[in-house]
Design a protein around this ligand. Structure first.
Ligand code: ATP
Ligand code: MG
Ligand code: MG
Length: 722
């Protein structure tokens, strides 16, 4: 493994959009802790064996041969001349966790097949190639998904899971040394091709933009494992997936180019605990490009303004990779970042170790009340498609519950699904429910969410490919009645272990109470109350929900304790340069370890995370877009655009666009709707409109006059109405 030196691209070389925060190299402590971390990750089984890795290489070699055979065969079948048949070529590229070098045993290989202009997606890729694969003995579980946002052929080849995408280029012949990173490759490409190429282009860019690939890999492995243990690894559930974690870690590597993984992990938590979302995380400038493809730009695209945690991909066309994040999942992740930060500080004081960091989140101990969503189908194939659909809708349930209870009830989706082995073709999902902290408990108050649940079930049941046997059932369960099949080995642990989270919860209770004795009594009462509540028979609806039994960690106070860039104080001769952090890093090396250096670092983090994306755009561009608006009657007037941006950013404690000053107003993330929250709000407000706001597609269908409405227009109406 070895984590220092290899792949280094020169000390302090600037690879990001700002200067690094610190050029500090490792201390003895960092070296020791990094070795410990690598050992920990090894022992956790995160690295595959050499045998497995050779098998993967063989599989990739075979796949490349297969697509080459395929392209010759379809070229001949199309009656093209013999020279073209001879030259016909297709090629495979890898991307995702395998290409980044952070995959674990059993992970899939994300693969892209690139073919020439005459090889079509529908007939040749999903037709002939699919047929060829289906006849091969090494291939199993072949499952084409041609209608997905990014169409994919899923299968196993010699036991290795493969996701195979297809890109149809405008070239007649695909050269063997094709470089997919050049933008010209996107010329005349259809939308699916652009999206399919994106994975490879993004992965390659990430590897180019980090200063030390080996340190990036170890840190990313650590963060991916941590996120899985803490229940925040899942794109579909509204947390972050592989690509998002990779981008977040890559940015930290840019900001601390000489740091070892131990320090990178600690700075990951420090930076993202203080980050002023929704300011975006960027690895490089967002290029306009010359092909006119849509890029992430909250000034121009109204829907981009509602992204709560933008993490922007670094290859043209740059997009937000984390549009699924909602205010609830952002809240949960912010709490987790805070926990990680606390543990890193405790590690430095020898009060915690890597085991503490990776303690699993005790989801089924954390709440008193849960929603259980059971789904079933008639066979394995139906269950797979039913699951895919239901999982894509579950975020809506979270949003609807929070919205319909005026944000007094908070929902925590568990990203895993659970299977009861005694029930075939069935699986269950769970969501924790709790009263928002600070909302007063009125005796006997109940939340009736029956209508919300019915609405959700209705939205799920309109699945266009629904078959008989596809069922969904939603029930309210108390902690005590959580079924045993969710626990490892099917047995509920008799007593939860003493964990960091439990100790922290006790400390928090102590802090809140002036006398520890009183606190202990309260805790005992809590325990009794918990037992009484747990012993209730199945409560059904409505739900009586208390505050969390053991209060979870405080929500990270994004924007509460930070300082305005307009009035950055100077600290003992340290200067912050106007254009970024300037020489800050070099100065910090001299002062490594001192309290001052931490303060300076925090100010630098503050400054970097507080630069709003809109501010970084030039005035010229604004003028240009003005001209554009005059010519385009569908565009929202500039005054409306700016007021939208200002209200969005200032609401969450981020800087205003007009003055460039940082607002220190308290974060009110829960109040700020993301695109999906808007979908829920709008669907509530305008029942005659059916909304479909998935991924890139934003269209509304008006049932009264059967016409499509422009969603930008509806967003505009909505903002004005509020
Ligand atoms: N929301 C997204 N935005 C942009 N690209 C994405 C997104 N989701 C997936 N991708 C692309 O597809 C690749 C593969 O996705 P996948 O879900 O397999 O994650 P991964 O990084 O390979 O991690 P894992 O080991 O969990 O498979 C990503 O690395 C990324 O390039
Ligand atoms: Mg993958
Ligand atoms: Mg995949």
């Amino acid at each position: 493994m070895g984590s220092s030196g290899a792949g280094h691209r020169g000390s302090g070389q600037r690879l990001g959009i700002t200067d690094p925060i610190s050029l500090s190299g490792p201390t003895e402590y960092d070296v020791m802790k990094t070795l410990e971390l690598e050992k920990f990750l090894q022992e956790a089984g995160l690295y595959e064996s050499q045998e497995e890795s050779l098998n993967r290489e063989e599989v990739l070699g075979r796949l490349d041969q297969i697509v080459k055979m395929w392209i010759k065969s379809i070229t001949r079948a199309k009656g093209l001349d013999e020279q073209l048949v001879q030259e016909a070529n297709a090629k495979i590229f890898t991307f995702g966790s395998y290409r980044l070098g952070v995959h674990g045993p059993g992970a899939d290989i994300d693969t892209l097949c690139v073919g020439p202009r005459h090889a079509t997606r529908e007939e040749d890729f999903f037709g002939e190639l699919h047929r060829m694969l289906s006849e091969m003995s090494e291939v199993s579980e072949l499952h084409p998904v041609p209608d997905a946002h990014v169409p994919v052929l899923k299968f196993k080849f010699s036991g290795v899971s493969i996701d195979l995408l297809y890109a149809k280029l405008s070239l007649f012949v695909i050269p063997e040394d094709l470089d997919v990173s050049q933008d010209s490759i996107l010329q005349n490409a259809d939308e699916q091709t652009v999206r399919s190429l994106n994975g490879c282009r993004v992965t390659d860019q990430i590897l180019r933009l980090v200063p030390n690939i080996q340190n990036f890999r170890t840190t990313l492995r650590c963060m991916r494992y941590w996120a899985k243990r803490r229940g925040v690894y899942s794109n579909v559930a509204g947390f972050l997936g592989g690509i998002n974690w990779a981008l977040l870690v890559a940015r930290i590597c840019q900001l601390y180019p000489n740091a070892l993984p131990n320090m990178l992990v600690s700075r990951f938590f420090r930076v993202y605990t203080q980050w002023r979302w929704p300011n975006p995380v960027l690895l490089c400038e967002i290029e306009e490009g010359s092909l006119g493809l849509q890029i992430w730009d909250p000034r121009r695209n109204p829907k981009d303004r509602y992204h709560l945690m933008p993490i922007i991909t670094p290859a043209y066309p740059c997009m937000n990779s984390s549009y699924n994040v909602s205010s609830s999942t952002l809240r949960i992740m912010s709490e987790e970042f805070q926990r990680g930060n606390d543990i890193c500080e405790a590690m430095e004081a020898n009060r915690a170790d890597w085991n503490t960091m990776f303690e699993p989140y005790a989801f089924f101990d954390a709440y008193r009340n849960y929603l259980q969503i059971d789904i079933s189908a008639s066979n394995a194939d139906d269950l797979r498609s039913w699951k895919g659909w239901v999982e894509s809708r579950l975020r809506q349930l979270t949003l609807k519950i929070e919205r319909h209870t005026y944000n007094m009830l908070q929902c925590h989706p568990c990203p895993c699904d659970f299977t009861d082995k005694s029930r075939p073709f069935h699986c269950s999902y769970f969501m924790g429910l709790q009263r928002k902290q600070g909302v007063p408990v009125n005796e006997g108050e109940q939340f009736d969410i029956r209508l919300t649940v019915d609405e959700f079930k209705h939205a799920v049941n309109i699945y266009t490919m629904k078959k008989s046997g596809m069922e969904i059932y939603v029930s309210h369960v108390r902690r005590k009645n959580i079924p045993n099949f969710v626990f490892p080995g099917g047995v509920r642990p008799s007593r939860p272990k003493s964990t960091w989270d439990m100790r922290r919860a006790t400390e928090l209770r102590m802090e809140r109470s002036p006398e520890s004795k009183a606190v202990l009594n309260v805790s005992a009462e809590d325990g009794n109350k918990r037992r009484r509540e747990d012993s209730d028979p199945n409560p059904g609806y409505p739900i009586r929900v208390g505050c969390p039994p053991a209060p979870s960690l405080e929500v990270a106070e994004v924007g509460l304790t930070t300082v305005s860039t307009a009035s950055l104080p100077s600290i003992k001769g340290y200067e912050l340069h106007d254009n970024g952090v300037g020489e800050l890093g070099t100065r910090m090396v001299e002062n490594a370890g001192s309290e001052n250096s931490k303060e300076v670092e925090n100010l630098a983090i503050e400054k970097i995370s507080a630069v709003p994306y809109v501010e970084s755009q030039s005035l010229t561009e604004e003028l240009e877009s003005d001209v554009g608006y005059k010519n385009d009657p569908n565009e929202i007037p500039k005054s409306a655009k700016n007021s939208n941006v200002v209200s969005l950013t200032s609401d969450v404690g981020a800087p205003s666009t007009s003055s460039g000053k940082v607002s220190n107003s308290p974060a009110s993330l829960c109040m700020e709707p993301g695109p999906e929250e808007l979908e829920v709000w709008l669907a509530d407000l305008l029942p005659f409109v059916v909304f479909h706001l998935s991924e890139q597609i934003c269209c509304c269908y008006c049932l009264c006059c059967t016409c499509f409405l422009h969603v930008d227009f509806l967003f505009y109406l909505f903002r004005e109405a509020c």
